[in-house]
Design a protein around this ligand. Structure first.
Ligand code: AHR
Length: 632
C-alpha cells in the first residue's frame, strides 16, 4: 500500500520538462521533416548528379554538365548547364530522397533558378511521375532572362504516389543554366514555404515539449572540423546556405546512406521558429572546437578558438538581439523581428577529456561575461558510467557548471535498476539534463533494436525517477527522435515515417503520457518510508497540477502478473468520487507499432471510481497507468 502526501509540495516541476532531441540522423531533416522533395537540388553533393538520372531516350537529345562559379557564389557554387544542339526534348529525373511521397489532389510548388544563354529560348515542362512512371501532374516554366532569376509554378497531383519522381523536360534549342530545382507540397506545417512536413511536426506538437535540443548529436561535431555544424551557414536565403556531408553519411556499410548531406533548408532560424510554434524552449548545441571523438582526434588549437566562441556570442544575438544589431537584423529580415527568447545553450556534444574542459572553460568565460543569464549545458560524454564520465562529472562540478547532460543508451534492465539513480544524487551543484536516452533491447548500435513495448515500459519505469527528482533533473529527452523506414542508421527511434505516413512508437506514447501529465509540483509518494522504485516490480511517482486542481499519479507494473495497489492520499480535504485512468500497455513485451498499425500500443482512457481518500486499482501486467483526480 502506498501513501501520497498531497499537501507536502516537494518541488516544482521544471517548465522545460519533458523535451525533444532533434538530430539530422536517419533522414530526419532532408528526406524527413524538411518538406523539400528534390534530392541534391543544388548539385552540391560530392557526386554532383547524385539523385538525378537521364532517361535513355533523352540521352542523345542534349547534354548536362555541372559547372562551378565559385568566385561568384561560394556557398552554392555548382549549377547544371543543359545544352540543346537542336530543337528536341532533353530530360532529367530526380528520384527524391527515397522516392517522393505525393498526395492526390494536393498542390505542389515548383521553383528553380535559371538563366538562358544569349539567344536561347529553352522551355521547361515539369512532370510528377508515380511509382510506375505514369504522369500524375505537370506544369511549364519559361525562363526568359540571361541573368539568374527564380521562377515558380504550381500544379496539382492527379493521383498519389509512395515513391514518385520529378521529371524536368527541356525543349527548344540553346543553352540554359539551372540551379536549386525544388518541389514542395503546398501543405506544410503552418503552410509555410520552405516548410516542414505537417504530420511529423504535429506528432512533435502533441508532445507539448518543454524544449527542443538541436541540431544534434554527433552532427554538431562532424567527423572532421571542416564538416562541423556551423549555424551561420544555415541562416538567410536558402539559396546561399552551404551544403555539407552529413556525419551519418554511409556510417554503416550494411545500411549505407551515401546520399546523406545537409542542405540546411532546415536551419537555425527554422529550428527557433519550430520551437516557438510548439511552445518549446530552444536549446541549441554548438561545436566547442572538437570533432566527433568516436571518429577523430581533431581539435582546434586553443589560440584559434575565437571564431567558435564568436559563433556562440553571435547566436545569442541572432536569437535575442535587438533588430538594430547585426544578427538581430538578420532574424528580422527572415521574418521574425521579435526575439526567440533563448535562455540556454550547449557547448559541445559528447565530448570528454581535459581538452574539452580546457575549451569549455574559455567558452564559459566569454559567454557568461557578456550574457550572464544564459545557462550552459555540458555533456558528460557518451556513457553514464566509467572514467570519462567520472572525470567530467568531478571537474565540471568544481567549475560550477549550470547543467550536466547525461546520456544513457542501455539495456531495459539498466533502466529498471537506475530508476532510483537520482534519489541520492548531490543536490548542491549543477542541475541534470537526461539529454539522450533509450532502452536498447539487443545492445547499443545493433540494427535489430526495435521500439518494442519492453523498451518503452523500462523507460516509463525509469522516468518515475526523473519526475520524482524534479529539484535536480530539469530536462529530459529520448533520442534519437525521427527515422525514415528506408534510410536509417540508428535504432530505436521515437517516431518512424515513410514518404507519406508516420507513427509514434510505444516509447513515443510513454513520452507523451509524461509530457501531457507533467503537473506543476512533485509530491511525496511512498511505500512505508521509501520511494517506490521496483519493489515487487512496481514503480511510481506523483505530481499535483495546480492549474487543474488534480492529483496525477503514475504507476508502472513491469511484472507479468496483476499488481493490486491502494494509494492513500493524505493532506487533502476532498477527493472527487471519480477520476480518469489512462492506460498504456501490451500483453506482448515484443509488441510494436508500425506504419500499418500505428496505434497498436497507445493510450486508452476511462473513468475510475474512488471511494474515500484511497485510490485503488489493479495494474495489469506490463502496464503504465496515469490516474488524474480532482483534489482540494
Ligand atoms: O542519438 C544518436 C547519437 O548518440 C548522437 O548523435 C550522439 O550524441 C550519441 O552518441
Amino acid at each position: 500500500n502506498f501513501t501520497v502526501k498531497a499537501g507536502e509540495i516537494k518541488t516544482p516541476v521544471s517548465p522545460n520538462m519533458w523535451g525533444i532531441f532533434f538530430e539530422d540522423i536517419n533522414l530526419s531533416a532532408d528526406g524527413g521533416i524538411y518538406a523539400e522533395l528534390v534530392k541534391n537540388r543544388s548539385f552540391e553533393f560530392s557526386t554532383p548528379l547524385m539523385g538525378w538520372s537521364i532517361p535513355k531516350d533523352a540521352v542523345s537529345n542534349g547534354q548536362i554538365l555541372v559547372l562551378n562559379r565559385k568566385e561568384e557564389h561560394p556557398s552554392n557554387p555548382r549549377f547544371a548547364r543543359i545544352t540543346m544542339p537542336a530543337t528536341r526534348s532533353f530530360e532529367i529525373v530526380n528520384e527524391g530522397f527515397r522516392g517522393m511521397g505525393i498526395k492526390a489532389g494536393e498542390q505542389y510548388n515548383f521553383s528553380l533558378y535559371a538563366r538562358q544563354q544569349e539567344g536561347a529560348a529553352v522551355k521547361l515542362t515539369v512532370t510528377l511521375l508515380d511509382d510506375a512512371g505514369k504522369e500524375i501532374g505537370s506544369t511549364t516554366v519559361a525562363p526568359n532572362g540571361s541573368s539568374w532569376q527564380q521562377y515558380k509554378a504550381s500544379f496539382s497531383a492527379t493521383a498519389a504516389a509512395a515513391k514518385g519522381k520529378l521529371k524536368v523536360t527541356f525543349s527548344g534549342q540553346g543553352v540554359i543554366d539551372v540551379d536549386m530545382i525544388s518541389l514542395f507540397p503546398q501543405h506544410t506545417w503552418k503552410e509555410r514555404s520552405n516548410g516542414l512536413r505537417a504530420d511529423l511536426v504535429q506528432l512533435l506538437a502533441d508532445l507539448h515539449p518543454g524544449f527542443i535540443r538541436f541540431p544534434g548529436g554527433c552532427i554538431v561535431e562532424g567527423r572532421e572540423l571542416v564538416n562541423r555544424y556551423q549555424w551561420k551557414k544555415t541562416v538567410g536565403d536558402v539559396n546561399d546556405r552551404e551544403l555539407i556531408i552529413n556525419r551519418w553519411n554511409n556510417e554503416f556499410a550494411h545500411r549505407a546512406t551515401p546520399d546523406y548531406f545537409q542542405s540546411f533548408g532546415l536551419g537555425f532560424f527554422e529550428y527557433f521558429q519550430l520551437s516557438e510554434d510548439i511552445g518549446a524552449s530552444p536549446l541549441p548545441i554548438l561545436n566547442c572546437g572538437m570533432a566527433c571523438q568516436f571518429n577523430s582526434a581533431e581539435v582546434v588549437a586553443v589560440n584559434e578558438l575565437d571564431p567558435y566562441i564568436q559563433d556562440a556570442l553571435d547566436l545569442i544575438e541572432f536569437a535575442n538581439g535587438d533588430v538594430n544589431t547585426k544578427w538581430g537584423a538578420l532574424r528580422a529580415k527572415m521574418g521574425h523581428p521579435a526575439p526567440f527568447n533563448l535562455k540556454m545553450m550547449g557547448v559541445g556534444n559528447e565530448q570528454w577529456g581535459p581538452q574539452y574542459v580546457e575549451r569549455y572553460t574559455i567558452f564559459a568565460k566569454a559567454i557568461k561575461s557578456k550574457y550572464p543569464d544564459i545557462k550552459l549545458v555540458n555533456s558528460l560524454g557518451p556513457s553514464p558510467d566509467g572514467d570519462k564520465f567520472t572525470f567530467l562529472n568531478d571537474t565540471l562540478r568544481k567549475l560550477n557548471a549550470d547543467i550536466l547532460d547525461e546520456h544513457y543508451y542501455s539495456s531495459p534492465e539498466w533502466f529498471l535498476s537506475n530508476a532510483a539513480r537520482y534519489d541520492s544524487y548531490d543536490r548542491k551543484g549543477p542541475k541534470i539534463f537526461a539529454g539522450e536516452y533509450a532502452a536498447h533491447t539487443k545492445g547499443v548500435n545493433n540494427g535489430e533494436n526495435k521500439n518494442n513495448w519492453q523498451s518503452a515500459l523500462a523507460e516509463a519505469a525509469f522516468m518515475t525517477g526523473l519526475e520524482r527528482n524534479a529539484d535536480l533533473v530539469v530536462m529530459a529527452s529520448y533520442a534519437p527522435l525521427l527515422a525514415h523506414v528506408d534510410g536509417w542508421q540508428w535504432s530505436p527511434d521515437l517516431i518512424w515515417f515513410d514518404n507519406l505516413h508516420s507513427y509514434g512508437t510505444p516509447n513515443y506514447y510513454v513520452q507523451k503520457l509524461y509530457a501531457n501529465n507533467k503537473g506543476t509540483d512533485v509530491v511525496p509518494m511512498l511505500k512505508g518510508n521509501q520511494v517506490i522504485s521496483g519493489q515487487d516490480s512496481v514503480y511510481a511517482s506523483t505530481v499535483v497540477d495546480k492549474a487543474t486542481g488534480e492529483l496525477v499519479i503514475k504507476l508502472i507494473n513491469t511484472a507479468a502478473t496483476v499488481k493490486p495497489v491502494a494509494v492513500a492520499v493524505q493532506g487533502v480535504k476532498n477527493i472527487a468520487a471519480n477520476g480518469r485512468l489512462i492506460t498504456l500497455g501490451s500483453n506482448d513485451l515484443q509488441g510494436l507499432n508500425s506504419l500499418d498499425k500505428p496505434t497498436s500500443i497507445s493510450p486508452e482512457e476511462k473513468n475510475i471510481d474512488i471511494k474515500g481518500k484511497t485510490i485503488r486499482t489493479d495494474i495489469a501486467p506490463w502496464s503504465f497507468y496515469v490516474i488524474r483526480v480532482k483534489i482540494n
